[in-house]
Write a protein that binds this ligand. Structure first.
Ligand code: 5GP
Ligand code: MN
Length: 318
C-alpha cells in the first residue's frame, strides 16, 4: 500500500516519532509531512515531537512541530515513525490511541507491529529510506528530499554503517537529484559540534574503560558531567560511535544519567554480537548492531550486568 491510500477519505493526520528524536526520526516525520502537503494539500497535518537538536531546525516544517502532547485531539490517521514499540512514543501515544486509523513505518528488527497497518523493513537503513520507497518519486520535492536525505545520513553514520545497502545509495542518489545540498547537510548536521558537545565527548572518552580483554568499551557520564559541560541529552549523539571505533573493541556501551537513579544506555556492536538482544532484556530494543534501553540503579552496577551479558554473547560467538 502507498501513502496516498492511507490518507484516503481522511481530513486530518498526526505524525509521531520516538522520544529523544534523532536525525532519522526528525527527517522521516518532517519528510512525510512535506510529502502529504504536496499530495493532499487539503489534509491537516500535525507533527508531534519532543524538542530536538538545533541542527535539524532548518528542515521545512520544523517550526510547525508541536512539543506539547497535552492537547486532547483525535485525528483520522495517525502515523508512528521510527518507533519500535508504543512506549517509545512517550506521552504522544494518546494520539495513536485516539486515531481512527493507525500506520507504523519503521526499520527496527524488534518492532512487532502495534498499528493497524505496519510497514517494518529491518533490512532498510532507516525509516527515511522506507518512506522514500513508499513515495511516488515525481511527487518528492526538494523539501521532502532534504528531510529524508538527512534521515538516511544520520542512521547510516554518513553511509558507513553496515545497514548502508546498494538500495540505500540508489535512494540517496535519487534524493540528491532533487537538489539536496549533500555536503551541507552532512557537515552542518552530522560532523559540526558545539564547543560544549566536544567537551562532553572528551569527558566521556576520559571516563571510558576497557573490559573483557579489551573487547568491550564502556563509558558513563553523570548528570553532574552534563551540567559541568553545559549540555543536555540532545548533545550526546556521536559519543557512542567514537567509542565503537576503538581498536580491538567488539562492543561499545555508553550510559548517561537521565534522571535520579536512571540511566539511558546505548549499545553498539562491530560484528559478532547482537546487541538488540541485550537491550531487549532490559526492556529496550533496536537493531543487531545498534540498540538501547533505559536501566535503573547505580552506573557501576548496570555496567556489571551488561558486561556479564556481553561476556555470555562473546563466549557463544567465539
Ligand atoms: P541510540 O543508542 O542511538 O539511542 O539508539 C540506538 C538504537 O536503539 C535506535 O535504533 C533506537 O531506536 C533503539 N533504542 C534506543 N533506546 C531504546 C529504548 O529505550 N527502547 C527501544 N525499544 N529501542 C531503543
Ligand atoms: Mn531510525
Amino acid at each position: 500500500m502507498k501513502i496516498e491510500e492511507w490518507v484516503e477519505g481522511a481530513s486530518s493526520a498526526a505524525i509521531l516519532g520516538h522520544i529523544h528524536p534523532d536525525g532519522d526520526c526528525v527527517g522521516s516525520c518532517l519528510g512525510l509531512r512535506s510529502y502529504l502537503r504536496t499530495v493532499k494539500p487539503a489534509l491537516r497535518v500535525q507533527v508531534y515531537l519532543e524538542p530536538f537538536a538545533g541542527e535539524f531546525h532548518f528542515l521545512t516544517g520544523a517550526d510547525a512541530v508541536s512539543p506539547d502532547f497535552c492537547e486532547e485531539k483525535s485525528y483520522d490517521v495517525c502515523f508512528a515513525l521510527d518507533c519500535s514499540d508504543r512506549e517509545r512514543l512517550g506521552d504522544a501515544v494518546r494520539y495513536l490511541d485516539a486515531a481512527k486509523r493507525t500506520v507504523c513505518v519503521d526499520h527496527h528488527i524488534t518492532n512487532e507491529g502495534f498499528a493497524d497497518v505496519n510497514v517494518i523493513r529491518p533490512q532498510a537503513s532507516s525509516t527515511s529510506e522506507v518512506l522514500a520507497e513508499l513515495m511516488e518519486p515525481e511527487k518528492v520535492d526538494q523539501a521532502t528530499a532534504e528531510c529524508l536525505y538527512l534521515g538516511i545520513v544520520h542512521d547510516t553514520g554518513v553511509f558507513k554503517h553496515s545497514n548502508t545497502s546498494e538500495r540505500t545509495m540508489q535512494i540517496a542518489g535519487a534524493l540528491l537529484a532533487k537538489g539536496v545540498s549533500s555536503s551541507q547537510i552532512i557537515d552542518d548536521t552530522f560532523y559540526r559540534k558545539t564547543f560544549a558537545q566536544n567537551r562532553i565527548l572528551g569527558c566521556a572518552l576520559l571516563a571510558a574503560e576497557l573490559r573483557l580483554d579489551g573487547r568491550l568499551i564502556a563509558s558513563c557520564v553523570t548528570g553532574d558531567d552534563l551540567a559541568r559541560c553545559g549540555v543536555t541529552n540532545r548533545d550526546l549523539d556521536g559519543i557512542i560511535d567514537q567509542l565503537r571505533v576503538t581498536e580491538g573493541v567488539e562492543v561499545a556501551v555508553f550510559l548517561y544519567e537521565a534522571g535520579a537513579g536512571e540511566f539511558k544506555v546505548s549499545l553498539r556492536s562491530n560484528d559478532l554480537v547482537d546487541v538488540s538482544r541485550i537491550a531487549r532484556s532490559f526492556g529496550g530494543g533496536g537493531h543487531v548492531k545498534a540498540a538501547g534501553c533505559t536501566a535503573s540503579g547505580a552506573c557501576a552496577e548496570i555496567l556489571e550486568r551488561i558486561t556479564a551479558l556481553e561476556a555470555d554473547e562473546l563466549r557463544q560467538e567465539s
